[in-house]
Each structure stands twice: as C-alpha cells, then as structure tokens.
Write a protein that binds this ligand. Structure first.
Ligand code: OGA
Ligand code: MN
Length: 293
C-alpha cells in the first residue's frame, strides 16, 4: 500500500471546519488516502472538498469506503423518487422531472432541513457521516450552517452538565417534520418510523471530547414529564445554536462535497429563492461503525 495522496488543509473554524485539497476524486480513492480523510474527520468535524467532479456512481462508491450506507426510504412524502439510486437522499428542490418543486407538501418536507438537526438521529443506529454533493447551486443563498456540539457542551454551566449527564432522549422524525409545518403523520408513517432513544451526552469517538447529541428530532426526555423535557430540550437547542458555535459553509459550484460528522455537529439549510432557482443536492449517509466506538 502506498502513502496515498497528500491532503492540504485550510482551516475555516479551528478544530471544527476545514477546506481540504489534494484528493483526486476522479479515480477510486486508495486505502491510505481514505485513512487520511477519516483522520481529517476526527480532527475537523466538517470537511469541504471543492469541485470534486464526483457523479452519482462515484459519490456512492467513495462513500462506501467510509462504511455501510443508509438507504433512503421511498416513504416520507417524497413521492416518486427523483434519483435513481436508493443510497442517495434528495436534499434539492427539484421534482422527479427535474423541475423546480411547487408541491406544497414536498416543499414543507424539505423545510425540515432548515431546522437545526443532525441526520438520522431518529434511527436506532446512528449515522456517523453525511456526504452532501452539490449538483446545481443557486446564485445566492442556500448555504449550509454547521454548529459544533462539543464546543457547545464545553460551554454549558457545570450544574447543567451534571443534570444532563445520564439523560436519554427520544428522537422522532415526525416531531421535526411537524415543527416544520408538515401535517400529522399517518398511521403508516408512524409505524415506519417510531422514535429512537439516544444518550444526550456522548463521547465523540473521533476527538474523545464530550458532546451533545441533539436535533430538531429530539422530542422528549425519557422518564421526565413532557413539559419539563420539552423545556430542557428547547433550552439546550437554543444554547447550542448561538452564533459563536456555528459557521456557514457556502456552496460555490457543482462538485462541491461536504462531509460532516453527525455525532458532534448539527446543521441546517439556509434560505434561497427556492421557487425561482434550482438547488440540486444529493446526500449519502454512512452508518456509525458500532465496533469502532
Ligand atoms: C441534508 C441537509 C442541508 C442543505 O442533506 O442532510 O440537511 O443545506 N441538507 O441542503
Ligand atoms: Mn440534514
């Protein structure tokens, strides 16, 4: 095995976000380089790779080198699937025919991405990485913002840290969807995606630092009365998404790829003229390798 490609880093936020160059995504990425890409994820929670020239197939193939991929459910109001690969989650504003979405229900569903969240916390098995690839970017707006949950945890008052240390939170997909204005889930939808439980305070495997595992999907605190749990989660969400904890990453062109660690960050989509401009974004999602934790 060779030494792999040489990665170069330009830090956007210390120990949090970096732009990385030196990886040639136009050919299969070798093992040694994958190791460096993973090491970069351990050092920075968010890595930005510009103008990668990845397409659907090579996006999926590269993602597989990081672990097992989640499959996007056909459910979820997405109706007829636009993308021909089950491994691709559609974060764009286009319909199956490639036209700008006008359907109100689907636009509402996409609005869920505008709430601070981490991907797939509503699943019992967490997701380690998301890899979001730009296919078309709007002329203005549509950045993605990332918040550092390790920094947020570290800044919590000591008494609050103590209070939340052992709490378990229930994450429910439909909770965030309803927050975004989506109608009550149908019986079928509820069955397909029941709530999942996760510890609120976790050790982030890559950095060894304590972190908050939070999201708009966080619905209630296990064992607490609903109102008290809601109040705590609202307080923590508000605290953790203060401006000092987050940064925007701007999408510049087709091929831009952002990889983030879902176990120590939250993210949200920011507005753009979504009924006028096209924004075609496709995501793969890598399961956490439980053996590694
Ligand atoms: C996602 C997501 C935000 C965006 O794909 O998981 O939240 O800016 N995307 O498209
Ligand atoms: Mn997301």
């Amino acid at each position: 095995m060779g030494a792999g490609m040489e990665l170069k880093f330009s830090t956007l936020a210390p120990e949090f976000i970096a732009e990385v160059s030196g990886v040639d995504f136009s050919r299969p990425v070798d093992r040694a380089t994958v190791g460096k890409i993973v090491a970069a994820m351990d050092r920075y929670a968010v890595c930005v790779y510009r103008a990668t020239a990845l397409d659907d197939a090579s996006h999926i193939a590269f993602s597989r080198l990081l672990g097992r991929l989640e499959v996007a459910p056909a459910l979820f109001g997405k109706g007829n699937r636009r993308l021909g690969h089950a491994e691709l989650f559609d974060a764009g504003n286009l319909d199956a025919g490639g036209n700008i979405l006008v359907d109100a229900r689907r636009r509402l569903y996409n609005k869920g991405n505008a709430l601070w969240h981490t991907d797939s916390s509503f699943n019992p098995q967490r997701s380690a990485y998301s890899l979001l690839l730009a296919h078309e970017v709007p002329p203005a707006g549509g950045d993605t913002e990332f918040a550092d949950m390790r920094a947020a945890y570290a800044a919590l008052p000591a008494a609050l840290k103590e209070e939340i240390e052992d709490l378990v939170v229930e994450h429910w997909l439909w909770h965030s969807r309803m927050l975004a204005g989506y109608p009550q889930p149908t019986a079928e939808e509820r069955l397909a995606k029941p709530p999942a439980r996760h510890k609120l305070v976790q050790i982030h495997p890559g950095s060894g630092r304590k972190t908050l595992y939070l999201a708009a999907h966080a619905a209630n605190v296990v064992g607490w009365p609903a109102a008290r749990g809601r109040q705590l989660l609202d307080t923590l969400m508000e605290f953790a998404t203060q401006p000092q904890f987050y940064r925007a990453v701007a999408w510049r062109q087709r091929g831009d790829l952002v990889i983030w660690d879902n176990r120590c960050t939250m993210h949200r989509a920011t507005p753009f003229e979504d009924t006028v401009h096209r924004r075609d974004m496709r995501r793969t999602t890598v399961y956490e390798d439980v053996a590694r934790v």
